[in-house]
Write a protein that binds this ligand. Structure first.
Ligand SMILES: [Zn+2]
Length: 530
């Protein structure tokens, strides 16, 4: 019986893994790098967690599963939080459960609410609450001190403080390690998958990998437990949803659209007026005299402090948030939205000829965009959904997908002020990249360090290795090159299975309430995703 273990590492890259393995004592990672197959795992476009993880666990591109981002744009032009109910195809755990294989699935992002499986399922980040199957596992998880990241993490409630963030993240990953090990050793499984998120979070908070030695020690010790559990036919994979690369400049794309006359916002509210005269949070906080007088005064009158904090909420940030409710749809042609470092463009016209004309106009405009300071172009690629997606959900894809040049991120969240087109990214020094990591290890896996695979290849490879057919609707392939030529999996032909039509995903669906959705959105903003 061949079993498979996948350890997900959100945002991990090969250069970082190699560097930390050399620098810190990580015997198990070192063994995997030395004896196993390693290389690049290409993510989806856009290279962000939701489409990345969902493509990995379904073997399909976003045109089939329908998940492009954390949020999706509704017909009414509001942004709705994506959850696993939005996934339009079966996931690996559905297929394995149908074949009566036992699964343990823990902490994969965007898998809320928990799926009913033949085994145990724990939903991952961006969930409003702990969600597990069977339901009694929610109680068990609380009892064993398992920390649901969104609920455990309080980034913005304290001062942004490296120590506090590190210790919070560390306690979350420790609680995961404890639970993951218990599941690994005490439960029966044929397929086991668990995700750690520290590589991605270190990037979001601008922390150095140097600070991350304790995190890699946790990972390495856990890998030791996993390897000890493995039989001769079992394989272990480490896979990431996307990579990570340096950035220094932020393109305020909606400001560009405003200055080009493509986007018009409704009459300025108080915040915009304040920001136009230079009264911003940043200006107030950096005014030494003002803060000094204020801190002295608040010593005598403590209530002054809380009053001032409340007032500060009304003062706009220098960047001025982009709010879809302020778009003047009569006068606008397009707007940008979606998570960094890429962005999506929505064209505001239902007339196909006008849509086509605007598409070309915007494309030409974006292709000629130049960084005023550096002079070079800052947009690398402009994709139409049909260029990069295939499947019935392509029609729900954003109208245009824009990829920036190296060092740049596209930021649709702020409109800034007149002339504020490109800015430094400040404390944000890296952002997501296409090239993630794949490591494979086991008696059947050969030693190689030049693997190049796509994220959709993971599921077909797992199915074939476990002796199961691969559904023909999957876009990935069996990664024969990671196996020894003499191994049973490499010698055996891949059997493709015709899929009639995706069965309706039966049963009642647990949707997010408005309050839950707002809560998750707030946390995503705190973490710097939205
Ligand atoms: Zn991610």
């Amino acid at each position: 019986m061949s079993r498979v273990i996948v350890i997900g590492l959100d945002g991990a890259t090969l250069p970082v893994i190699r560097k930390v393995t050399e620098k810190f004592e990580l015997p198990n990672l070192a063994k995997m790098l030395r004896q196993g197959s390693s290389g690049i795992l290409e993510s989806t476009i856009p290279y962000i967690s939701p489409p990345g993880w969902i493509s990995m666990v379904t073997g399909t591109n976003p045109g089939k599963h329908g998940i492009y981002d954390f949020l999706r744009l509704t017909k009414e032009n509001s942004l709705k939080l994506v959850c696993f109910n939005d996934c339009q195809v079966k996931a690996l755990w559905n297929i394995l459960s149908e074949h009566e294989k036992k699964v343990v699935i823990a902490n994969i992002p965007v898998t809320y609410p928990a799926s009913q499986v033949n085994g145990i399922f724990i939903s991952g980040p961006f969930a409003p609450k702990l969600s597990a199957y069977p339901k009694e596992w929610e109680r068990k998880l609380i009892d064993m001190g398992y920390k649901q990241e969104m609920l455990a993490f309080e980034a913005k409630t304290e001062k942004f403080n490296k120590e506090s963030i590190l210790s919070q993240l560390l306690s979350i990953e420790r609680s995961r390690r404890y639970t993951f090990t218990k599941l690994l050793k005490e439960e029966k499984w044929d397929f086991y998958m668990a995700v750690f998120t520290f590589p991605d979070r270190s990037q979001h908070f601008g922390l150095d990998t140097e600070n991350f030695s304790p995190f890699y020690q946790i990972l390495d010790a856990f890998l030791g437990d996993v390897i000890a559990e493995m039989g001769k036919e079992d394989i272990l994979m480490i896979a990431s949803d996307h990579g990570d690369s340096p950035v220094s400049k932020r393109i305020l794309i909606n400001r560009w659209f405003m200055e080009r006359g493509l986007l018009s916002l409704k009459q300025a509210k108080l915040g915009q007026i304040l920001s136009n005269i230079g009264l911003t949070k940043e200006a107030l906080q950096s005014n030494w005299l003002l803060t000094n007088i204020f801190s002295r005064l608040s010593k005598y009158i403590p209530s002054l402090y809380s009053l001032a904090l409340k007032l500060l909420n009304f003062v706009p940030s220098r960047h001025g948030s982009f709010d879809l409710r302020r778009v003047d749809f009569e006068k606008s042609k397009a707007f940008a939205y979606g998570s960094r470092p890429l962005c999506f463009i929505n064209i505001i016209s239902h007339d196909p000829t006008e849509h086509k004309r605007l598409y070309k106009l915007i494309k030409d405009f974006l292709l000629t965009m130049k960084d005023p300071a550096r002079g070079g172009k800052c947009i690398k690629n402009i994709y139409s959904p049909n260029d990069i997606y295939q499947g019935p959900c392509t029609k729900f894809a954003p109208h245009m997908i824009i990829e920036p040049e190296k060092e740049y991120i596209l930021d649709s969240r702020y409109v800034g002020n007149q002339g504020m087109l490109i800015e430094d990214t400040g404390s944000m020094r890296t952002s997501h990249a296409l090239e993630g990591i794949l490591l494979a290890y086991g008696d059947n896996i050969r030693a190689a360090n030049n693997i190049r695979a796509e994220i959709v290849d993971i599921t077909p490879t797992i199915l074939h290795h476990m002796g199961l057919p691969v559904p023909v609707n999957m876009d990935g392939r069996f990664l024969r090159e990671i196996f020894h030529e003499s191994s049973e999996s490499a010698k055996r032909e891949v059997i493709y299975q015709h899929v009639e039509k995706e069965k309706e995903k039966g049963g009642p669906r647990e949707e997010l309430t408005k309050q839950e959705e707002d809560e998750v959105k707030k946390r995503l903003r705190d973490l710097g995703y939205l």
